[in-house]
Design a protein around this ligand. Sequence first.
Ligand SMILES: NC(=O)c1ccc[n+]([C@@H]2O[C@H](COP(=O)([O-])OP(=O)(O)OC[C@H]3O[C@@H](n4cnc5c(N)ncnc54)[C@H](OP(=O)(O)O)[C@@H]3O)[C@@H](O)[C@H]2O)c1
Length: 244
Amino acid sequence: MLINNKKNILITGSSQGIGLTIAKFFAQKYNIYITGRYEDKLKKLCDENNFAGYCAIDLSKPKSAQRLLSLLNIDIDILINNAGNYIYSPVEMLENEDIVSSFMLNSISALELIKLVTPYMKKQQWGRIINIGSISGIMGEANASLYSMTKASLVGMTKALALELAQNGITVNIINPGWVDTELINNENLEQDFSKDEIIETIPQRRFVTPEEIAQSCEFLISDKAKSITGQSINICAGLSLGY
Ligand SMILES: NC(=O)c1ccc[n+]([C@@H]2O[C@H](COP(=O)([O-])OP(=O)(O)OC[C@H]3O[C@@H](n4cnc5c(N)ncnc54)[C@H](OP(=O)(O)O)[C@@H]3O)[C@@H](O)[C@H]2O)c1
C-alpha cells in the first residue's frame, strides 16, 4: 500500500555513510525506511530528516531479515541492500565467527530480504532491487578475502535473480563502489598498511568516489529510464577496476 502516493524504499545500513546519503537523497520523493543496529541513532535521524520509519536490527544474526520486515510491516517497492562490514585481515588471522557473521550481513541477509519483498513486487508487477557490492568483489584485494567473497556472491545472486524476475517488472542490479571515504575505511588494520593518501595514489582518478555519486546511480536505476537495465554489475570506482 502506498502512503501519500509515494513508493516505499527500504535502505539497509542507512544510519551513516553511503546508505544515509541515499536515504537523504530520496527523502522528498519516497517514503524512506532506514536501518542500523542502534535505535537512538535511527530515531534521531528519522525525526531530523522526516523519514517514514526505522528499524534497529543486527543483520548478521539469523532470522533478522524476517524480523526486520515483520517489525516494519510495510510493502517494499524498492529495496537497497547496502548494509555491510569490511574485514581487512590476512586469511590466517580471520576469526571463524567473523567469517560466518560477515557472510550473513553482507550476503545472506540481502538474499533473505529479497525473498521476502518479491511477492509484493510480483503482485504489483513492478519493483527495483539494488545490491551494493564492492570493487573488491570484482577484482582481487589482498587481505580482503572474506569481504571479496561476500561481495562476489552478490554479483552471481544479482544476475540469477534478474533473470528469474525479468517477466515481473522487477529489475535487479548491483553497484560496486570503489573507495568511498566513510567510517567503513577508518579501519585499524587497513590504516596500518595504507594511509588515505596512499589509497588515493592507487585510484586512477586520484580521488575517492563520493556517496552522492552512488545515490545518483541508484536514482537512475530506479527510474523508468533504466527499466531495461537488469542483472548488471556497475562499477562506480573512479577507474579502480581498470588497474593502475
Ligand atoms: N566505503 C567504501 O569504500 C566502500 C567501498 C565499496 C563498497 N562499500 C559498501 O557500501 C556499503 C555501505 O558502506 P559505507 O561505506 O557507507 O559504510 P559505513 O559508513 O560503515 O556504514 C555501514 C552501514 O551498515 C550498518 N551495519 C554495519 N553492521 C551491521 C549489522 N551487523 N547489522 C545491521 N547493520 C549493520 C551500519 O549501521 P550501524 O553501525 O549504525 O549499525 C551502517 O549504517 C557496504 O555494503 C560496503 O561494503 C563501501
